[in-house]
Design a protein around this ligand. Structure first.
Ligand code: FAD
Length: 437
């Protein structure tokens, strides 16, 4: 037993099916639960944006508030620290003589660098992490992580029949925090007004959405509907809660299996599991490829032939390109923090193939605005579509006119999100600069 341990929350903002928190609780007399809000998330980044946009921050803040309430019911307290995680952790470990640090594994390269640095800095402190974000643990996979198949289909064939461990129930007991635990009256950035999203953060709302989605016929029709550009019921909408760990992939998987046993098992219910396997694949892909996830050339040897046109990028972000369908999708993202999977594929293809832009700017824009931003899934999908990732076929080009014909033939989606307003020329012409004949 450790006298005092620290639990570092990250993308596991829940008290059910959380093995890492359970272990921390069982093995400690006192426990400090902490979440770090990093100031650099709100500062300008190299992709002319910032890491965390308003909508994402609001969803995260709601999730943290709910976690704080759940922990309070267990006699615990969640410190929400606005500060750089590394130096704040060093401070907390020293101040409270922490003997062990627990967390869930993270597939992000930088998050893992911090973890390694801490271990070097505190050789006498015990560091323990548990896989709570994925369906499987690396030791359950039928291959070494560094031999992860280079394409998804090979991965899927090897894992899809494996059984997924059932999720754990909610934690019912946790040790108390040390007396006089000082949260320093943290001032975290305020949550601005963002009224456009139907998603509310937190474990309670995530479990509620899981229950609602599986309460009727929707999962049995998922495959036919999932490509629709709009409509709450056309896909599970679980991604923001999954990305923040308000619910776990194993909980979703167990709910699919239960639905299949009690109601119906068909191609659609299988396809929901299939999509969870894509998510799984991108997580192991991120573990394997580490910082290559962010390289312009991805995991390939050659850089793509794109450049950077600030005006084009701005038009793409604002939904002011010559392509109304793309504009509608971008406006939907800007107003709600969500975009359908089909929409994401179309706007990526536009950025890479029609606007000839560097894909990383688009990925960073998604990072800022998507409520469901997940480092592995986002950057992995972008690499895939930009032709520098796990796709042996190279770049994926979507014919925007044909996509409009197939998915928005009556232009209802375009009109709803005003994709046809401000859709002008791609590049401005400065007539003053033209040679005079
Ligand atoms: C360029 C691009 C970037 C993306 N970035 C993210 C991201 O940051 N976070 C994120 O969660 N998803 C991302 N996706 C995947 C996908 O678009 C969303 O997961 C999905 O649209 C979320 O809606 P849903 O929960 O209703 O999904 P559903 O269709 O109901 O699927 C169920 C779950 O399966 C997983 N899933 C579905 N599609 C994919 C996929 N293509 N790749 C991996 N997992 C998938 C998600 O966890 C999702 O919640 C991205 C896709 C693209 C093309």
């Amino acid at each position: 037993m450790f006298k005092t341990s620290l639990y570092w929350f990250n993308n596991d903002l829940r008290i059910s099916d959380n093995l890492a928190l359970l272990q921390a609780g069982m093995r400690s007399h006192q426990l400090i639960c902490v979440y770090f809000v990093e100031p650099h998330w709100f500062a300008p980044n190299r992709y002319v944006g910032q890491g965390m946009g308003q909508a994402r921050w609001r969803f995260l803040r709601e999730s943290l508030d709910q976690l704080q309430r759940s922990l309070a019911e267990l006699g615990q307290n969640l410190l929400i620290v606005y500060g750089d995680s590394l130096s704040s952790l060093v401070h907390l470990i020293r101040k409270y003589s922490v003997e062990a640090v627990f967390r869930s594994n993270h597939s992000g390269f930088y998050e893992n660098q911090y973890w390694l640095l801490l271990q070097q800095r505190f050789p006498s402190v015990e560091f323990q992490q548990f896989h709570t974000h994925t369906l499987f643990r690396p030791d359950e996979l039928p291959f070494n992580l560094f031999e992860l198949p280079s394409v998804f289909s090979q991965f899927r064939l090897q894992v899809e029949d494996m059984s997924v461990r059932p999720p754990l129930g909610p934690i019912s007991r946790l040790p108390r925090s040390p007396d006089h635990l000082d949260d320093g009256a943290q001032i975290v950035p305020s949550v601005g007004h963002f009224g456009g999203t139907p998603f509310a953060g937190g474990e309670y709302h995530g479990l509620q959405q899981l229950e609602d989605y599986f309460a009727g016929d929707l999962p049995a029709q998922y495959k036919a509907n999932r490509d629709q550009l709009d409509g709450w019921q056309n896909s599970s909408k679980l991604s923001p809660w999954l990305a923040n760990g308000c619910i776990s992939a194993r909980q979703v998987c167990a709910t699919i299996k239960m639905y299949e046993n009690r109601r119906i098992a068909n191609q659609s219910t299988y396809w929901l599991y299939y999509e969870l396997l894509w998510r799984e694949y991108f997580h192991w892909y991120a573990y394997k490829n580490q910082q290559k996830l962010f390289y312009f050339r991805g995991i390939k040897m050659h850089k793509p032939l794109t450049s950077f046109y600030p005006e084009r990028f701005q038009k793409w972000c604002n939904g002011e390109t010559p392509y109304p369908l793309v504009n509608a999708c971008m406006k939907q993202l800007n107003q709600t923090g969500y975009m359908s999977n089909r929409g994401r594929q179309i706007v990526v293809s536009c950025l890479v193939n029609e606007l000839d832009l560097d894909w990383r700017y688009g990925a960073a824009y998604f990072e800022q605005h998507l409520l469901d931003y997940d480092v592995a899934v986002n950057w992995g999908n972008w690499q895939y579509l930009a032709g520098v990732g796990a796709d042996p076929r190279g770049k994926r080009r979507f014919d925007i006119a044909r996509q409009t014909e197939s998915y928005d033939p009556e232009k209802k989606f375009i009109r709803k999100w005003q994709g046809d307003i401000n859709s002008g020329e791609l590049d401005s012409c400065d007539y003053n600069g033209w040679p005079i004949a």
